[in-house]
Design a protein around this ligand. Structure first.
Ligand SMILES: [Zn+2]
Length: 299
């Protein structure tokens, strides 16, 4: 049985011309109804929980967000207009990644139809990320003794700067980022391992660098859980990414990450991460590849 995590708040209302593809979560859920008709799976939801970010983020920042009173510059860095729906969605999606990680520990593999808020730092958000679901889930499971060492393996095209700073002083929560060297964020604080790749990279070179980074991380850090950010903005058609990776290459990336963790008996929880194309269905079709790879590995 493949556990999937989703909450009805994920696709929340944004102004019509907003660049963030907020409709993709509900569309992905609909698409999977067809894709997964013959795949044993079960849906789970995490309810919004304001106490969760309070455990891991700076108190004034958390309360400022929850009361919609963040300074203008801080809200602008995040990139969303503040609203009750944004708060509900943020709290549900952050807890959803923790739930996905817990389900992965139980079932070996679990997938979140959201998540990957890797630009959120301890005391500020950025790039559509408010609280860092990956860093919070890793720290929670280690603090609770449910995992000894957690690896965040981030393959979104953008560097995981927030994860890097939040986990910098945490020896049992490891941040690894495979990303485009020249892209947002301009300032890239050190992860435990950063693989910065040149623009224009094609399937073969991308996959070879990614597999090297994964194998090195698994061998060196010996995690007992992997949180995988499967951002699809590495695709050649992405409007915010600069790689030339094809759909087949993207599928291979997801398949290889999941397979290499599972064959070493390391549970893996995947989140969908970023993906930016004006035509929403094209982004959704790329996110579906992660779920197809998971279904192929765990029938
Ligand atoms: Zn991204």
């Amino acid at each position: 049985m493949l556990p999937l995590v989703y909450h009805s708040s994920y696709s929340f209302p944004l102004p019509a011309n907003h660049r963030f593809p907020v409709g993709k979560y509900a569309l992905l859920k609909n698409a999977l109804a067809g894709d997964f008709a013959a795949v044993a799976h079960q849906y789970f939801s995490a309810e919004p929980d304001a106490d969760y970010p309070r455990c891991w983020h700076e108190p004034n920042y958390v309360e400022g967000f929850l009361t919609q009173s963040l300074p203008t510059m801080m809200a602008r860095r995040i990139g969303f207009p503040m609203s009750d729906k944004l708060i509900e969605r943020t709290l549900a999606a952050n807890k959803g990644t923790l739930l996905t990680a817990e389900l992965a520990l139980e079932h070996g593999l679990a997938l979140h139809l959201s998540g990957g808020y890797h630009h959120a730092h301890f005391d500020k958000g950025g790039g559509y990320c408010i609280f860092n679901d990956l860093a919070m889930a890793a720290q929670t499971l280690v603090a609770q003794g449910r995992a000894r060492r957690v690896l965040v393996f981030d393959c979104d095209v953008h560097q995981g700067d927030g994860t890097a700073t939040m986990l910098a002083k945490h020896p049992d929560c490891i941040s690894v980022s495979v990303h485009a060297a020249r892209n947002y964020p301009a300032k890239k604080p050190d992860s435990d391992l950063d693989i910065a790749l040149a623009a224009g990279l094609t399937d073969h070179d991308y996959l070879s660098a990614m597999v090297d980074a994964l194998e090195l991380s698994l061998r060196y850090f010996q995690p007992d859980l992997v949180l995988y950010d499967a951002g699809v903005d590495i695709h050649s058609d992405d409007e915010l990414g600069y790689f030339n990776v094809s759909s087949q290459g993207l599928y291979q990336r997801d398949y290889q990450v999941l397979k290499r963790c599972l064959e070493k008996d390391i549970p893996v929880a995947a989140v969908i991460g970023g993906g930016y194309q004006t035509e929403l269905q094209k982004v959704v079709d790329l996110h579906r590849l992660l779920f197809k790879a998971a279904a192929a590995l765990k029938p």
